[in-house]
Design a protein around this ligand. Structure first.
Ligand code: ZN
Length: 184
């Protein structure tokens, strides 16, 4: 990611600002831009009016398997893969665009809150590239959902078709389910 020209540098700053506004953690900014840690810290404080979190990054693939995160993440991944395939974008730009579209989808639904953070979305893309996770079709609805690559998926049924007992009753859940099924 070269930033040797003024225009290149401006582009890097723009990417960093987009990511910070979407809630990205500092480590993500350092990996996805060529700006120094000091500049990123300054930029972060300027935009967020606070220092970035120093907590651990969410490394685990297990989070993506639990019911609601799986539906949200599958929706994001469907959007991301569609963009990479059809819109000719890749890398950090695809992450930013797909994440914005994911937020749009969720925010268009009454009572629904985004569950997937951009930092988790970034990890999700990495887990797919490392072939630790994949999309598998649900044998009931035909939608595609995130699953571990090393599990058997011959009879996979998604969290929308078979929600846990505590779910399924809220309006927000039903509507995000519809959004996920349409995106798939
Ligand atoms: Zn299903």
């Amino acid at each position: 990611m070269a930033a040797k020209t003024v225009a290149g540098e401006a582009q890097q700053v723009k990417v960093a600002i987009d990511l910070i506004e979407l809630g990205a953690r500092l480590q993500l900014l350092q990996e996805e831009t060529s700006l120094s840690r000091e500049r990123l810290l300054r930029l972060y404080k300027e935009i967020k009016c606070e220092s970035p979190s120093k907590g651990m990054l969410p490394y685990s693939t297990d989070w993506f398997m639990s019911w609601q995160p799986n539906i949200h993440s599958s929706l994001f991944m469907d959007i991301y893969q569609f963009l990479v395939k059809n819109a000719g974008i890749d890398g950090v730009q695809a992450l930013i665009t797909a994440y914005r579209l994911y937020l749009d989808q969720v925010q268009g639904i009454e009572d629904a809150e985004p569950v997937l953070s951009i930092t988790r979305a970034w990890f999700l893309i990495r887990f797919f590239k490392a072939e630790m996770l994949q999309l598998v079709p649900c044998k009931e609805c035909g939608g595609h959902f995130i699953a571990h690559t090393d599990d058997l998926h011959d009879h996979y049924i998604c969290g929308i078709c078979h929600p846990p007992a505590r779910a399924g009753k809220t309006k927000a859940f039903k509507q995000i389910s519809i959004a996920a099924a349409q995106a798939a």
